[in-house]
Design a protein. Structure first.
Length: 275
Protein backbone atom coordinates (compact mmCIF):
# COMPACT_ATOMS: atom_id res chain seq x y z
CA UNK A 1 0.00 0.00 0.00
CA UNK A 2 1.22 3.55 -0.74
CA UNK A 3 2.44 5.61 2.25
CA UNK A 4 0.83 9.02 2.74
CA UNK A 5 3.09 12.03 2.28
CA UNK A 6 0.82 14.43 4.14
CA UNK A 7 1.67 15.97 7.49
CA UNK A 8 -0.67 16.41 10.41
CA UNK A 9 -1.80 20.02 10.97
CA UNK A 10 -0.18 21.34 14.12
CA UNK A 11 -2.44 21.82 17.14
CA UNK A 12 -1.08 24.11 19.88
CA UNK A 13 0.37 22.39 22.93
CA UNK A 14 -0.21 23.54 26.50
CA UNK A 15 3.30 25.00 26.66
CA UNK A 16 2.31 27.27 23.75
CA UNK A 17 -1.18 28.37 24.66
CA UNK A 18 -0.61 28.88 28.37
CA UNK A 19 1.56 31.84 27.30
CA UNK A 20 -1.18 33.15 25.00
CA UNK A 21 -3.73 33.19 27.81
CA UNK A 22 -1.48 33.96 30.79
CA UNK A 23 -2.90 37.47 31.30
CA UNK A 24 -6.32 35.95 32.07
CA UNK A 25 -5.79 32.35 33.20
CA UNK A 26 -3.32 30.26 35.12
CA UNK A 27 -3.20 26.83 33.45
CA UNK A 28 -1.69 23.67 34.86
CA UNK A 29 -2.07 20.03 33.87
CA UNK A 30 -1.23 16.83 35.69
CA UNK A 31 -2.02 13.34 34.37
CA UNK A 32 -4.46 14.73 31.82
CA UNK A 33 -6.34 16.93 34.31
CA UNK A 34 -6.28 20.60 33.25
CA UNK A 35 -6.95 23.29 35.85
CA UNK A 36 -8.09 26.64 34.42
CA UNK A 37 -7.92 29.40 37.04
CA UNK A 38 -9.23 32.83 36.11
CA UNK A 39 -7.29 35.77 37.53
CA UNK A 40 -6.50 39.46 37.16
CA UNK A 41 -2.87 40.25 38.01
CA UNK A 42 -2.89 37.08 40.16
CA UNK A 43 -5.92 38.31 42.10
CA UNK A 44 -9.73 38.09 41.80
CA UNK A 45 -11.19 38.29 38.31
CA UNK A 46 -12.04 41.66 36.77
CA UNK A 47 -14.72 41.15 34.11
CA UNK A 48 -14.25 42.90 30.76
CA UNK A 49 -14.91 42.50 27.06
CA UNK A 50 -11.28 41.44 26.76
CA UNK A 51 -11.99 38.65 29.25
CA UNK A 52 -15.08 37.74 27.19
CA UNK A 53 -12.89 37.24 24.16
CA UNK A 54 -10.13 35.40 26.02
CA UNK A 55 -12.44 32.83 27.55
CA UNK A 56 -14.33 31.94 24.37
CA UNK A 57 -11.02 31.45 22.56
CA UNK A 58 -9.65 29.43 25.46
CA UNK A 59 -12.48 26.87 25.35
CA UNK A 60 -11.82 26.09 21.70
CA UNK A 61 -8.08 25.80 22.28
CA UNK A 62 -8.57 23.53 25.30
CA UNK A 63 -11.01 21.39 23.37
CA UNK A 64 -8.61 20.89 20.46
CA UNK A 65 -5.80 19.70 22.73
CA UNK A 66 -6.39 15.96 23.04
CA UNK A 67 -3.98 15.72 25.96
CA UNK A 68 -6.69 17.36 28.10
CA UNK A 69 -8.89 14.67 29.65
CA UNK A 70 -10.73 16.41 32.53
CA UNK A 71 -11.27 20.15 33.08
CA UNK A 72 -11.31 21.93 36.45
CA UNK A 73 -12.52 25.53 36.19
CA UNK A 74 -12.16 28.02 39.05
CA UNK A 75 -11.35 31.60 40.04
CA UNK A 76 -8.86 33.36 42.30
CA UNK A 77 -9.30 34.68 45.84
CA UNK A 78 -12.58 34.67 47.75
CA UNK A 79 -14.87 35.90 44.95
CA UNK A 80 -15.98 34.32 41.67
CA UNK A 81 -16.47 37.42 39.48
CA UNK A 82 -17.43 40.55 41.42
CA UNK A 83 -15.35 43.32 39.85
CA UNK A 84 -15.74 44.99 36.46
CA UNK A 85 -13.46 46.95 34.18
CA UNK A 86 -15.98 49.74 33.62
CA UNK A 87 -13.85 51.39 30.96
CA UNK A 88 -13.83 48.23 28.87
CA UNK A 89 -17.62 48.09 28.74
CA UNK A 90 -18.27 51.81 28.32
CA UNK A 91 -15.69 51.92 25.54
CA UNK A 92 -18.06 49.92 23.33
CA UNK A 93 -21.34 51.68 24.20
CA UNK A 94 -20.94 54.17 21.35
CA UNK A 95 -18.83 52.08 18.98
CA UNK A 96 -19.92 51.34 15.38
CA UNK A 97 -22.26 48.38 14.92
CA UNK A 98 -19.60 46.03 13.58
CA UNK A 99 -17.38 46.56 16.64
CA UNK A 100 -20.26 46.05 19.05
CA UNK A 101 -21.38 42.91 17.21
CA UNK A 102 -17.98 41.30 17.69
CA UNK A 103 -17.87 41.78 21.46
CA UNK A 104 -21.53 42.03 22.50
CA UNK A 105 -22.98 39.27 20.37
CA UNK A 106 -20.29 37.00 18.90
CA UNK A 107 -18.07 36.74 21.98
CA UNK A 108 -21.05 36.61 24.35
CA UNK A 109 -22.47 33.66 22.42
CA UNK A 110 -19.15 31.85 22.19
CA UNK A 111 -18.32 32.09 25.91
CA UNK A 112 -21.00 29.46 26.45
CA UNK A 113 -21.30 27.81 23.03
CA UNK A 114 -17.58 27.00 22.81
CA UNK A 115 -17.65 25.41 26.26
CA UNK A 116 -20.68 23.31 25.36
CA UNK A 117 -19.66 22.27 21.84
CA UNK A 118 -15.85 22.35 21.83
CA UNK A 119 -14.84 20.95 25.22
CA UNK A 120 -15.56 17.22 24.88
CA UNK A 121 -14.23 16.10 28.27
CA UNK A 122 -15.74 15.91 31.77
CA UNK A 123 -15.92 19.37 33.37
CA UNK A 124 -15.85 20.39 37.03
CA UNK A 125 -16.42 23.92 38.31
CA UNK A 126 -15.09 24.95 41.72
CA UNK A 127 -16.88 28.18 42.66
CA UNK A 128 -14.43 29.93 44.97
CA UNK A 129 -16.98 32.41 46.33
CA UNK A 130 -19.95 34.61 45.41
CA UNK A 131 -20.09 36.68 42.25
CA UNK A 132 -21.74 37.17 38.90
CA UNK A 133 -21.39 35.50 35.51
CA UNK A 134 -21.45 32.01 36.95
CA UNK A 135 -23.17 30.72 33.78
CA UNK A 136 -19.99 29.01 32.56
CA UNK A 137 -19.78 27.04 35.80
CA UNK A 138 -23.47 26.26 35.70
CA UNK A 139 -23.04 24.49 32.36
CA UNK A 140 -20.25 22.22 33.63
CA UNK A 141 -20.92 18.54 34.41
CA UNK A 142 -20.25 18.94 38.14
CA UNK A 143 -20.11 21.97 40.44
CA UNK A 144 -18.78 22.43 43.96
CA UNK A 145 -18.64 25.67 45.90
CA UNK A 146 -17.49 27.41 49.07
CA UNK A 147 -20.03 27.97 51.89
CA UNK A 148 -20.39 31.67 51.03
CA UNK A 149 -21.47 31.09 47.42
CA UNK A 150 -24.69 32.90 46.48
CA UNK A 151 -26.78 32.27 43.37
CA UNK A 152 -27.81 35.74 42.24
CA UNK A 153 -28.07 37.76 39.03
CA UNK A 154 -28.29 41.56 38.95
CA UNK A 155 -28.96 42.12 35.25
CA UNK A 156 -32.65 43.05 35.50
CA UNK A 157 -32.39 45.16 38.68
CA UNK A 158 -29.18 46.94 37.62
CA UNK A 159 -30.07 50.51 36.51
CA UNK A 160 -31.42 51.26 33.97
CA UNK A 161 -32.50 47.61 33.67
CA UNK A 162 -31.01 44.95 31.41
CA UNK A 163 -32.48 41.80 29.86
CA UNK A 164 -30.76 38.82 31.58
CA UNK A 165 -29.81 37.07 28.36
CA UNK A 166 -26.21 35.92 28.60
CA UNK A 167 -26.87 32.47 30.04
CA UNK A 168 -27.49 32.95 33.77
CA UNK A 169 -31.28 33.08 33.45
CA UNK A 170 -31.39 30.15 31.04
CA UNK A 171 -29.19 28.02 33.30
CA UNK A 172 -31.38 28.78 36.31
CA UNK A 173 -34.57 27.94 34.43
CA UNK A 174 -33.15 24.50 33.69
CA UNK A 175 -31.48 23.77 37.03
CA UNK A 176 -33.66 25.33 39.73
CA UNK A 177 -36.99 25.78 37.95
CA UNK A 178 -38.85 28.58 36.21
CA UNK A 179 -40.50 30.24 39.21
CA UNK A 180 -37.30 30.31 41.27
CA UNK A 181 -35.34 31.67 38.31
CA UNK A 182 -37.97 34.36 37.73
CA UNK A 183 -37.78 35.32 41.42
CA UNK A 184 -34.02 35.81 41.25
CA UNK A 185 -34.24 37.98 38.14
CA UNK A 186 -37.21 40.16 39.03
CA UNK A 187 -36.34 40.75 42.68
CA UNK A 188 -32.55 40.47 42.87
CA UNK A 189 -32.92 37.87 45.62
CA UNK A 190 -30.33 35.15 45.99
CA UNK A 191 -30.07 31.54 47.16
CA UNK A 192 -27.30 30.48 49.52
CA UNK A 193 -24.99 27.53 49.01
CA UNK A 194 -27.09 25.08 51.01
CA UNK A 195 -30.24 26.04 49.10
CA UNK A 196 -28.30 25.60 45.84
CA UNK A 197 -27.46 22.01 46.82
CA UNK A 198 -31.07 21.30 47.73
CA UNK A 199 -32.29 22.70 44.40
CA UNK A 200 -29.70 20.83 42.33
CA UNK A 201 -27.53 23.73 41.20
CA UNK A 202 -24.50 22.69 43.28
CA UNK A 203 -23.30 19.14 43.98
CA UNK A 204 -21.28 19.75 47.13
CA UNK A 205 -20.21 22.52 49.53
CA UNK A 206 -16.52 22.52 50.46
CA UNK A 207 -14.52 24.79 52.78
CA UNK A 208 -12.33 27.18 50.80
CA UNK A 209 -9.02 25.62 51.80
CA UNK A 210 -10.30 22.23 50.60
CA UNK A 211 -12.05 23.46 47.43
CA UNK A 212 -9.36 22.78 44.83
CA UNK A 213 -8.01 19.62 46.51
CA UNK A 214 -11.57 18.28 46.42
CA UNK A 215 -11.94 19.20 42.74
CA UNK A 216 -8.72 17.32 41.96
CA UNK A 217 -9.89 14.35 44.01
CA UNK A 218 -13.07 14.17 41.92
CA UNK A 219 -11.11 14.60 38.69
CA UNK A 220 -8.69 11.80 39.58
CA UNK A 221 -11.62 9.52 40.33
CA UNK A 222 -13.07 10.30 36.89
CA UNK A 223 -9.68 9.51 35.32
CA UNK A 224 -9.89 5.95 36.65
CA UNK A 225 -12.46 5.17 33.96
CA UNK A 226 -11.26 4.49 30.45
CA UNK A 227 -10.93 7.33 27.97
CA UNK A 228 -13.86 6.30 25.79
CA UNK A 229 -16.16 6.04 28.80
CA UNK A 230 -15.08 9.45 30.08
CA UNK A 231 -15.59 11.26 26.82
CA UNK A 232 -18.81 9.57 25.79
CA UNK A 233 -20.34 9.96 29.25
CA UNK A 234 -19.60 13.67 28.97
CA UNK A 235 -21.37 13.71 25.61
CA UNK A 236 -24.49 12.42 27.34
CA UNK A 237 -24.04 14.82 30.27
CA UNK A 238 -23.76 17.85 27.99
CA UNK A 239 -26.51 16.81 25.58
CA UNK A 240 -29.35 18.72 27.35
CA UNK A 241 -27.27 21.91 27.23
CA UNK A 242 -26.48 21.42 23.56
CA UNK A 243 -30.16 21.10 22.78
CA UNK A 244 -30.86 24.26 24.78
CA UNK A 245 -28.05 26.13 23.01
CA UNK A 246 -29.60 25.38 19.62
CA UNK A 247 -33.19 26.07 20.63
CA UNK A 248 -32.94 29.03 23.00
CA UNK A 249 -29.54 30.57 23.62
CA UNK A 250 -29.34 32.93 20.66
CA UNK A 251 -32.77 34.31 21.57
CA UNK A 252 -31.51 35.05 25.09
CA UNK A 253 -28.37 36.84 23.91
CA UNK A 254 -30.11 38.74 21.12
CA UNK A 255 -32.84 39.88 23.51
CA UNK A 256 -30.28 41.35 25.89
CA UNK A 257 -28.33 43.14 23.20
CA UNK A 258 -31.44 44.38 21.35
CA UNK A 259 -32.64 45.86 24.63
CA UNK A 260 -29.29 47.64 25.05
CA UNK A 261 -29.52 48.99 21.51
CA UNK A 262 -33.13 50.19 21.77
CA UNK A 263 -32.66 51.85 25.14
CA UNK A 264 -29.12 53.01 24.36
CA UNK A 265 -28.41 51.55 27.76
CA UNK A 266 -24.94 52.04 29.20
CA UNK A 267 -23.36 49.18 31.08
CA UNK A 268 -24.22 50.76 34.45
CA UNK A 269 -21.73 48.77 36.50
CA UNK A 270 -20.94 51.71 38.78
CA UNK A 271 -24.34 51.26 40.46
CA UNK A 272 -24.23 47.51 40.91
CA UNK A 273 -24.40 46.16 44.43
CA UNK A 274 -20.96 44.83 45.29
CA UNK A 275 -20.48 41.31 46.59
Amino acid sequence: MPVTRRNWVNVPKLADYEKTFQEYFHLKREDGILQVQMHYDNGPVVWSYQMHHAICELWTTVGHDKENEVLIFTGTGDKWIALYDEGSFHEFDDKPTSDRFNVQIYDTLKIVENLIFDVDIPTITAFNGPGLHWEMGAFSDLAICTPDFVLRDDHFIMPPGHVPGDGDFMAMQALIGTKRANWVEYTGAGYNAQECVQMGFINEIVERERLLPRAWEIARKIMKSNRTARRMTHQLAVRPWQRMMIEDYKLHVMSEMYNKALERAPSGFTKIEKY
